[in-house]
Design a protein around this ligand. Sequence first.
Ligand code: SAH
Ligand code: SF4
Ligand code: F3S
Length: 443
Amino acid sequence: MSSSTVYVETYGCQMNVSDSELILGKLADAGYSQVDSPDGADVILVNTCAIRDHAEQRVLGRLGELKRHMKPGAVVGVAGCMAQRLGPRLFDRAKHVSLVIGPDGYRALPDLIERARDGERATAVDFDLEEHYQGFSARRFEGVKAWIPVQRGCDYRCTYCIVPTTRGPERSRPLLDAVREVEQVAEQGITEVVLLGQTVNSYNDGSHDFADLLRAVGRVDGIRRVRFTSPHPNDFSERVIAAMAETPEVCEHVHLPMQSGSSRVLKRMLRRYTREQYFECADRLRAAIPGLGLTTDIIVGFPGESDEDFAETLSAVREIGFNDAYTFKFSAREGTAATRFPSADDVPDNVASERLARLIATMRAGARRANMAALGQRHEVLVEKEARRGGLLQARTRDFKTVIIPGEPSLIGSYVTVELTGTTGSTFTGTVTSERVELPLAG
Ligand code: SAH
Ligand code: SF4
Ligand code: F3S
């Protein structure tokens, strides 16, 4: 079946994006060619997210739509976190699905597709604690940066979170394997890598910790920017912070999920830090890394969250001065500990919605003030892609600001210096001040 085609659609976090790159690499090796429309594809795969009910509803809706695009005999498969969570139950939800495959099953994907083609309802939802997809050659689409998975699964048990159920226990990929992959992408001319893991700074392969990994990746020839996501506040050891500060390639940006500004709520979330400890963590990072940009994740409407608790989240947002935040309404996930709080603790949906709107307004006001104050600054940016508005380019500073600049698409992938000249509140416009464009090392 060497001429078979596959169409992949991806939902969820960067880990899923990275997994889709691995899936496409595996299938390319098995003779599949990738197509960018489901119409007429021999295999349609949806790589799914289970983090909130809304994410799952979207996927179910999409699976329904895809039925109309299926050609006769096509295999429709569900991969990723929702596949792991629901397993064979998915076959009842969507009768045209004949393949369900969790995040640790992709090595067997070509075989499972064959089995689904032969009429079987093929399922693979076992965790494999050794699996890091070593030997797969990821098909990358991001262009100027590469996702590098360094840790899979999660050993925290935040009471709201489905991820430990969908991705299994935490395991770290051997440092040498991760570094080798970074060397390969550097040879292809990619200059920025993003190290991925659910609590990526708890990385430990038995002989090396995250500090060792940061230093080793920073040393790879041709790598100019190293980022990572998402760290857990409790895993910023002195060693890790020192490695960040002392490795010039590690960018001055940390995505530091806070979840709530109330110690009472944090305790019920089992986040294992208090408001004060979170503040301390942000302070330690800022003291060690001048010019650090901080972004975060926040949940509102967690069971038992009172007006006072929410006020503490707002005050934390004001005091810490995040550059940006992903904000979510709590979504109860089947089987998680948060579903076992008494129903009297439920926050009504209209209250949660109102809190979300106030949180977003507070966040935006703070970011706008900070961004206005940044006008006039000069930054080195990596030109990432064409901007949505025609004729312009989207670029990124080391501290994760988005800057829209004029320029030719040939600049994509290179580093230029810009002056920040305007802001919409969240993103910047800039002008290029350094004509001397430094091109990345050719592969
Ligand atoms: N491992 C990462 C988070 C992964 S999930 C970490 O610990 O930081 C990404 C974000 O989704 C979380 O930070 C949280 O803010 C949000 N989230 C997770 N479960 C949720 C739920 N049940 N309801 C609403 N938001 C949730
Ligand atoms: Fe979920 Fe918590 Fe693990 Fe993050 S650290 S993936 S929020 S259980
Ligand atoms: Fe979603 Fe799974 Fe990522 S649940 S957020 S795709 S780890």
